[in-house]
Design a protein around this ligand. Structure first.
Ligand SMILES: Cc1cc2nc3c(=O)[nH]c(=O)nc-3n(C[C@H](O)[C@H](O)[C@H](O)COP(=O)(O)OP(=O)(O)OC[C@H]3O[C@@H](n4cnc5c(N)ncnc54)[C@H](O)[C@@H]3O)c2cc1C
Length: 465
């Protein structure tokens, strides 16, 4: 039996970071808002992505520091055992705690009507959920993405892990093969190695993090190798066979063939947008299975009432991009805004140790656009605080338009690069030139002084020239 319909000013499909921020922002602005989630509020980020991975990375870092104790003047007891179950238990506790603020009661307290069930467009201005029809003035599709699984013969039969079930483990796999050397693969390979697994990582390209600068990726390779990760770059996994409890994975690198034997395989080769079963055709929303929902620079779909944000429509899949863009959707959809997503300054960070963070243009992308580039680099081993902390690996590299102090982009490789990139993001966003950054006073000693040192190098060259 069809239950009664309801009218809303704003209906949000998907309760991940993009959907949650959009729904709470819209409700705070006084719009009658509904949010529909088919599974768990918090989406990938809270349940199977950012939060559990960063929590395990922290425990892994602690064990890595402990093993390195002698470098800090500490006597380390022999034979440190990793308590994997306790690390996973801590992760779940923290996830629960962070998740509380996204619970249905707290959302309802903020004025959002929450519906659980699979959302499907019933027409250009209505969505069905659990037999109920919600009519809307504006809607947001924020249904996120899911892991891509490569068609490797035998993989499905042998069984594999993805981010969707990895964090349910209670026992440590003795040997783990990570397929994919992007941010997810590298972060988890390092964390699980530090938590005592024997990790093998396989990447098809000749370097990790293929969009990052080559020297950043090389530092990461060295760091993973030091952590004991067995690295296979330029390598494809071509077949998987199950032998009892073990999985045998055939690898090919140019003409070389080899086989690795592991207990578990973690697939981290990319993501596919969740666009199926949403009734997008009924609402006149254009999409394709690979790139997701098609949006313009205002994040509007081909249905002028409907917007999209997050992994369902973006090439770069990061929680902070999703939240920034869904705030923009609320302003555009409900308040007649004309804000462009291309105007946002978006940094990102891979949370390996050292971290690799980037904002703005890479040198190659500036050159492709015909922009002349000059780069100022400071090595972390010249930064007093990095030396004192024993965290000397990495660099700050700032690219400016040649002949000016306009910051085009920056890459930071450092233990806390994710924090250090923020000054540079602010500068680009506010239109501050690199010379202004030379005058910023930093407390002494901090690792972020590396940014000021690069700015001073710019000024020194400028004064000489
Ligand atoms: C292991 C891992 C680590 C990550 N680490 C980071 C990090 O450190 N920093 C960072 O910025 N990003 C990170 N990310 C990426 C980040 O998690 C995603 O970019 C972010 O979660 C995307 O948000 P979203 O709201 O677009 O989609 P999602 O988080 O995927 O949420 C979409 C929601 O929509 C729901 N849904 C789908 N279809 C329907 C339907 N028909 N009806 C109702 N509901 C539906 C889903 O159940 C889901 O809850 C990581 C990802 C992974 C996998």
């Amino acid at each position: 039996m069809r239950r009664p319909s309801a009218d809303y000013e704003f209906v949000v499909l998907g309760g991940g970071p993009a959907g949650l921020i959009a729904a709470t922002t819209a409700a705070a602005l006084g719009a009658k808002t509904a949010l529909i989630e088919r599974r768990l509020l918090g989406g990938t980020c809270l349940n199977t992505g950012c939060v559990p991975s960063k929590t395990l990375i922290r425990t892994g870092k602690w064990y890595a520091d402990l093993r390195d104790g002698e470098n800090f003047g500490a006597r380390v007891p022999a034979g440190i055992n990793v308590d994997f179950a306790a690390a996973m238990e801590r992760m779940r506790r923290i996830r629960d705690r962070i998740g509380r603020k996204h619970s249905a009661p707290s959302l309802r307290g903020l004025g959002v009507d929450v519906y659980f069930g699979r959302a499907r467009f019933a027409g250009p201005a209505s969505v069905s959920v659990g037999g109920k029809i919600l009519r809307f003035r504006k809607a947001l599709v924020a249904t996120g993405s899911r892991p891509l699984v490569p068609p490797i013969p035998g993989l499905a039969e042998a069984g594999y892990l993805t981010n969707e079930n990895l964090f349910n483990l209670t026992e440590r796999p003795r040997r783990l093969l990570v397929l994919g050397g992007g941010p997810l693969g590298c972060e988890l390979a390092q964390a699980f190695s530090r938590l005592g697994c024997r990790v093998v990582i396989v990447e098809r390209e000749p370097m990790f993090l293929r969009q990052e600068e080559r020297d950043a990726a090389q530092i990461l390779s060295g760091a993973l190798a030091r952590d004991g990760v067995e690295i296979h770059l330029n390598t494809q996994a071509v077949r998987v066979r199950r032998a009892g409890k073990e999985k045998r994975v055939d690898l090919v690198c140019d003409d070389d063939k080899s086989t690795v034997v592991v207990d578990e395989i973690l697939v981290g080769v990319g993501r596919a947008p969740n666009v199926e079963g949403l009734g997008l055709e009924a609402a006149g929303i254009d999409y394709d299975a690979e790139n997701g929902i098609h949006v313009d620079d205002f994040l509007r779909t081909s249905n002028p009432r409907v917007y999209s944000a997050g992994d369902a429509c973006f090439e770069h899949r990061f929680a902070h991009i999703e939240t920034a863009s869904s705030r923009l959707v609320v302003r555009n959809a409900l308040h007649g805004g004309r804000e462009r997503v291309s105007a946002l300054t978006i940094p990102w960070c891979t949370f390996t140790d050292p971290e690799i963070a980037h904002v703005g243009l890479y040198v190659r992308s500036a050159r492709e656009r015909g922009i002349p580039v000059k780069t100022f680099t400071v090595l972390m081993h010249d930064v007093d605080r990095a030396i004192a902390d024993g965290e000397e690996e990495g660099f700050v590299k700032i690219h400016v338009r040649e002949g000016s102090d306009k910051i085009l982009g920056a890459t930071v490789v450092a233990r806390h690069a994710g924090e250090m990139i923020n000054d540079l993001t602010l500068a680009i966003d506010a239109g501050l030139g690199l010379s202004a950054m030379a005058h910023v006073v930093h407390p002494y000693p901090t690792q972020a002084a590396a940014v000021r040192m690069a700015a001073e190098a710019f000024l020194a060259g400028h004064l000489k020239g």
